[in-house]
Design a protein around this ligand. Structure first.
Ligand code: BES
Ligand code: ZN
Length: 653
């Protein structure tokens, strides 16, 4: 158990909060990097919001910089080494509290190597443990280095260690991390709260056949010798980032440039296809800059991961991580790149201070994503994407408690993943679309650009957002009344000023869907071949009015007709295939089970895997044995993020 030590008086705390200077050489100094210097706002004092998902007490002492020196052991599936942390705090502070989960802490020392006292507190199933390190009292303006020696465990929740057999090449192992929301603490002992921004550098030692990439500037393009059969790769991130954005990938990776500042890393056999698919990335960065100001991170590259990557994409700075399921062959799913790129502003520059404020990251990003898509592909495509999002939101809200349909959440005592619903994404974006409509695009864009500038490199709470928009945009009572901002944020459901998007392109799709699904027409009447992926998704998302509870709305003959006419057994687009398999499972359509089995055992994206297992489970004596059998086969290939969610539905095999 943790004891209290090192008392800091409230007065000392209050005075010292004003004097936390940035450490010279880090963050404030971008010399030697390809990133522009930080704005003054990045070094200003932060009033930390209360983050119930972290043990840290940043108002007493906080981490400013993390220096990792780690060696990867693919046999043991561990990262072993040190994390040197630069700590600042109030004068008199004698301890810093870090977040750790499932780490093997071997010792803590000061910069000279002298051991420091430390203690790990009791384990919380969600948060992990506080690691409290004690030291001689800090003096005013001081930066103190502590060095934590540690190793990760093979079941670190952020990390997935892949055997060569689980990669495309089949020859080399692979490792990648997923930090968001609170998983960085399973591989880096630091204050793992999105409001506590930290610069970082890293030296990572791996077998010489492998390449290391991180969400940071690469300092050793070819690696450097590090003992027999090993190479070291060094990195530096000079912008302070929330710790969930510290990310690593290790494998047999090749790189192809898209333009001078964008490119793609992936396994060599996948490189040409990935590059061809992701070509629009270069124009997206240009379009994003034209909308909301300069891209502040230097390069924008993508890492296309093996199929077990648990998310569609993850906005790791300078290096978006992406699922290979977006490599559809026709660039039809590139809105995902627009989304992750948009996070370079909404999320990575202006960051949700706590996971209760996640809509500030994801809602703003879905809005921005749509603006990028409109800039590149025009209004029709953008409206289709919006209409699909609205459909998703309606289905999602039907299954959520009223409290979980508010933008501002209270996730105290819950896993922050519980907040990862379409509410944060699509209701958040709907709020921004509504404001855009009511104030006009020009004024709204000017505010949003200013919001990113004013708040760059700072944490943002819902309340600070309201303060900013009321200062800079919503300055009249009349506008305040029309926008209904408090209702959007603090009330469940959709406020009365919401106007759903109308996509004229979807009118014939909806007619075809009614003709087939409701009026039981032939599948041959569906103009499938002429449809885009978005139109196909819309068609397959059709559901009878009031849901399908208790009743099958398609006969086995219709399902067979649909499956064969649309050639759904050979469907290569993961989004389309997923939508079809949801219908198939909900109808207990046995002939689709081999397709389902193939899908679930060759890909681990949680957005596809979890709903399919959930649907199987809902189909009782038909679905549960299938779920159990498939999960036993599939689970060893999934990332801990995915197994953690599916275990809760199917149970551990
Ligand atoms: N940052 C999210 C992923 C995330 C959110 C991971 C919260 C963990 C906790 C990422 O930007 C994202 O939203 N990915 C989506 C794709 C996007 C196009 C909606 C996904 O993975 O499906
Ligand atoms: Zn996102």
């Amino acid at each position: 158990m943790i004891r209290k030590f090192g008392l800091v008086s409230a007065i000392a705390l209050a005075t010292a909060l004003g004097s936390c200077a940035m450490m010279p050489g880090f963050g404030g100094d971008a010399s030697g990097s390809d990133m522009p210097p930080l704005p003054a706002s990045a070094t200003a004092t932060i009033d930390y919001a209360r983050d119930t998902h972290s043990f840290a007490r940043p108002e007493i002492a906080h981490v400013r910089h993390v220096a990792l020196d780690l060696t990867a052991d693919f046999q043991a599936q561990t990262l072993t080494g040190t994390a040197a942390l630069d700590i600042q705090g109030v004068p008199g502070a004698t301890e810093v509290v870090l977040d750790v989960k499932n780490l093997d802490i071997r010792g803590v020392s000061d910069a000279t190597g002298a051991p420091l006292q430390y203690e790990t507190g009791s384990l919380d199933a969600i948060k992990g443990q506080p690691l409290t390190v004690r030291f001689r009292a800090l003096t005013a303006g001081e930066t103190r280095r502590i060095v934590v020696a540690y190793a990760t465990r093979p079941d670190a929740a952020a990390l997935q260690w892949l055997t060569p057999g689980q990669t495309a090449g089949g020859e080399q192992p692979y490792l990648f991390s997923q930090g968001q929301a609170i998983l960085t603490r399973t591989w880096v002992p630091t204050q793992d709260s999105p409001g506590i921004r930290q610069t970082y550098d890293a030296r990572i030692v791996v077998p010489a056949a492998l390449r290391v990439v991180m969400s940071a500037q690469q300092l050793t393009p070819e690696g450097e010798a590090a003992g027999p059969g090993m190479k070291a790769w060094r990195f530096r991130m000079t912008n302070p980032v929330p710790p969930y954005l510290i990310a690593i990938g290790v494998g047999d990776l090749a790189f192809a440039a898209i333009d001078e500042r964008t490119g793609v890393f992936t396994e060599p056999s996948r490189l040409a296809a990935a590059r061809a698919e992701l070509m629009p990335t270069a124009d997206m960065v240009d379009a994003a800059e034209r909308l909301y100001g300069p891209y502040r991170w230097g390069r924008y590259d993508l890492l296309v991961l093996p199929p077990s990557f648990p998310f569609g994409g993850m906005e790791n700075p300078r290096l978006t991580f992406a699922t290979p399921t977006i490599i559809a062959g026709d660039q039809s799913l590139v809105s995902l790149v627009a989304h992750e790129l948009a996070h370079s502003w909404s999320g990575n520059l202006v960051t949700n201070a706590t996971w209760d404020d996640m809509w500030l990251n994801e809602g703003f990003t879905v809005y921005f994503e749509n603006r990028i898509m409109e800039a590149l592909y025009g209004q029709d495509r953008a409206l289709m994407l919006r209409a699909l999002g609205w459909g998703d939101l309606q289905s999602a809200m039907a299954g959520l408690s009223p409290a979980d349909t508010m933008l501002k959440l209270d996730l105290t005592g819950r896993d922050p993943d519980d907040g990862l619903t379409d509410v944060a994404y699509e209701k958040g974006a709907a709020f921004l679309f509504t404001m855009e409509r009511l104030v006009g695009r020009e004024r709204f864009d000017a505010w949003l650009k200013g919001y990113f500038e004013r708040n760059a490199f700072r944490p943002m709470t819902t309340e600070l957002f309201l303060e900013d928009i009321r200062t800079h945009l919503v300055t009249t009572r009349a506008l305040e009344d029309r926008l209904m901002m408090d209702a959007w944020i603090y009330q469940p459901g959709m406020p009365s000023n919401w106007q759903p998007p109308v996509s004229t392109a979807f009118v014939p799709v909806d007619a075809a869907a009614r003709a087939f699904f409701a009026d039981h027409g032939p599948a041959s009447a569906i103009p499938w071949a002429g449809w885009s992926t978005q139109e196909r998704q819309r068609f397959l998302a059709w559901r009878p009015e009031g849901g399908r509870e208790g009743a099958d709305w398609l006969s086995p003959a219709q399902l067979a007709n649909l499956e064969s006419t649309l050639k759904l057994r050979d469907e290569g687009n993961a989004e389309v295939l997923f939508s079809w398999l949801q219908i198939a499972v909900q109808h207990r359509y046995q002939p689709a089970v081999p397709t389902l089995e193939h899908f679930l055992t060759t890909m681990g994206r949680r957005k596809f895997v979890l709903p399919l297992f959930t649907s199987l489970w809902a189909e009782g004596d038909w679905g549960r044995p299938i779920a159990t059998r498939l999960y036993a086969r599939a689970r060893p290939g999934y990332h801990p993020v995915t197994t953690g969610s599916v275990d809760a539905v199917v149970g551990r095999p």
